[in-house]
Design a protein around this ligand. Structure first.
Ligand SMILES: [Zn+2]
Length: 221
């Protein structure tokens, strides 16, 4: 049985639509980890009126990956703020093969090791199907799922009657570009952690609770 160390540090991967963010939050809660989501950090920085904010906004709008140096700089900044007696779950970092070494070095400088890497798999077509159903209300900002909360894209928000729209990067071209980046650039990182014997792989094509139980059960093998 895998002994769960008192200070556990995890990394998590999954293509868009795999539910990776939700699972990262659930794991953070269960194991008292600090959830570091680089995508969210970048979205927050992109809102700032600074040279770096503008640069990140431009890169995000063209759906390019944020350069490794910038990603690593942000991680340094965020890891430093976390209490040394609390574990972390890194969501979307390392995201490229080039980030593995700097990220591991950073973690090591804080006496942290990556204990497990979690990969939530989802077939390409299923990612596209799930993402194209994601809408949000322009008035109350609640997430709306086509086929669950509303039937058609022309329907109104069931919570407040507002207009619903698709996220600007959830257009077909945007989805394909982000999935291509995931499979071409991040999948080799997943394989690197498989080789290290640290990978927990689960099938993301199921309900949220079922996927979570599967991850937890695989910690104990
Ligand atoms: Zn609404």
């Amino acid at each position: 049985m895998f002994h769960v160390p008192c200070l556990m540090n995890l990394i998590i991967f999954g293509p868009q639509g795999s539910g990776k963010g939700t699972q990262a939050e659930k794991l953070a809660e269960k194991f008292n980890l600090s959830h570091i989501e680089t995508g969210q950090i970048f979205r927050d920085v992109a809102k700032l009126d600074s040279p770096l904010g503008v640069k990140i906004k431009d890169l995000s709008e063209s759906r390019e990956l944020i350069p490794d140096e910038i990603t690593v700089d942000f991680l340094v900044h965020h890891l430093e703020k976390i209490s040394p007696d609390k574990g972390v779950i890194l969501d979307s970092a390392p995201r490229t093969l080039g980030q593995i070494q700097p990220v591991e070095k950073l973690m090591k400088a804080q006496n942290r090791s990556i204990d497990r890497a979690i990969y939530i798999s989802l077939p390409y077509g299923e990612s596209v199907a799930r993402i194209t159903k994601r809408f949000a209300c322009t008035s109350c900002a609640k997430p709306i799922i086509l086929g669950k909360h509303v039937e058609l894209a022309s329907d109104i928000c069931p919570f407040c009657g507002g207009q619903i729209v698709q996220r600007s990067d959830d257009t077909p071209e945007g989805i394909v570009k982000r999935l291509d980046i995931f499979y071409n650039t991040t999948m080799p990182v997943v394989e690197a952690y498989r080789k290290k014997g640290l990978l927990i792989e689960v099938d993301g094509g199921r309900g949220m609770e079922e996927v979570f139980e599967d991850i937890i059960s695989k910690f104990e093998i």
